[in-house]
Design a binder for this molecule. Structure first.
Ligand code: GDP
Ligand code: MG
Length: 299
């Protein structure tokens, strides 16, 4: 029974890779739970971000973008994660990057055809649009493509108009009791978030040089009274990739480790000891069994 007028629901954040979905979520939550970068494959797992106020709880589902370029096991996994949420949510935020409209946006739009939930169009990166007069015709064009409840221009990175997105979400939130405790902001544990932070530093440090197939596994995660000890392995597919990540005299790996440790310390609000290893595991990204053992459920 809900006689308090409390509202609670699920909101999917969808869109092609790189439009700023994870950045938007982090700014809504006021805390980084989803890693971001310029590279398309940054978000691989579905992650929940929970925002609770006195009157409502919004559960945002950050999805990996829908990938169409390569039909590998990892892309199939990411597409499934992105598509499966659409049937179960109360509201969809469809994020696009102004003033672009690509084939990949078109693919996402097509997936929305089967969606009954209200769809709010979030037009991101307006800070990058030089000619602001381009925005209105762009918005009109998108609004003619399907029924959107609203179109909201934002800059996720500069936290502009984010409150408008939250206000629009609040309008469509169903009456429900809270599903999560009020102080919980994500469904993922520290161990998962630590691995993600390491992966973010790896992506940012290596840019285009990073093998698309690297992944991070936490071997040990020991929370002590004064310090948390984390032992992690970065998996790559070839020896050459291992050398690139380690860098000259280990300088690169050290820099990745230092940056990751600082972010993990902020997240955990305490001291962290981080040890990083790089290992070669051949062919994992196209191997369903290896994916399972690395925590990507391919069922
Ligand atoms: P996702 O793949 O959709 O989750 O995209 P990310 O959140 O990882 O963002 C992709 C890139 O776009 C990152 O480099 C972000 O810093 C950048 N970005 C996100 N939002 C904005 C924005 O509003 N303005 C600008 N200029 N860059 C943004
Ligand atoms: Mg993302």
């Amino acid at each position: 029974m809900n006689d308090t007028g409390f509202h609670c629901g699920y909101v999917a954040i969808i869109g092609r890779p790189n439009v700023g979905k994870s950045t938007l979520l982090n700014h809504i939550l006021g805390q980084k739970i989803s890693i971001t970068s310029r590279k398309p494959q940054t978000t691989r797992h579905q992650i929940l971000g929970v925002k609770t106020s006195a009157t409502s709880q919004v559960i945002y589902v950050d999805t990996p973008g829908i990938h169409t370029r390569r039909n590998t096991a990892i892309n199939r996994y990411m597409n499934r994660a992105a598509s499966s949420v659409l049937g179960d949510v109360d509201i969809v935020l469809f994020v696009v990057q102004a003033p672009q409209w690509t084939e990949e946006d078109e693919t996402v739009l097509r997936r929305l055809e089967e969606v009954d939930a209200p769809v709010i169009l979030v037009i991101n990166k307006v800070d990058k649009v030089q000619e602001k007069s381009e925005l209105l015709p762009y918005m009109d064009r998108l609004m003619s493509m399907r029924e959107f409840e609203k179109a909201i221009p934002v800059s996720a990175l500069h936290a502009q108009n984010i409150v408008d997105v939250e206000a629009a979400v609040a309008e469509y939130l169903p009456v429900n009791d809270a599903y999560f405790p009020g102080d919980q902001i994500t469904d993922r544990n520290m161990r998962f978030l630590a691995a993600e932070i390491i992966r973010e530093k790896l992506i940012r440090e290596l840019g285009q040089e990073l093998p698309y197939t690297s992944t991070v596994e936490i071997e040990r995660f020991e929370e002590g009274d004064t310090i948390t000890r984390i032992f992690a392995t970065i998996y790559v597919e070839a020896k050459g990739q291992k050398a690139i990540i380690i860098g000259k005299k280990g300088a690169r790996l050290k820099s990745i480790g230092t940056k990751a440790r600082k972010d993990i310390e902020t997240m955990m609000d305490g001291k962290v000891y981080l040890e990083l290893w790089v290992k070669v595991r051949e062919g994992w990204s196209n191997d369903e069994r290896a994916l399972n053992s690395l925590g990507y459920s391919t069922e």
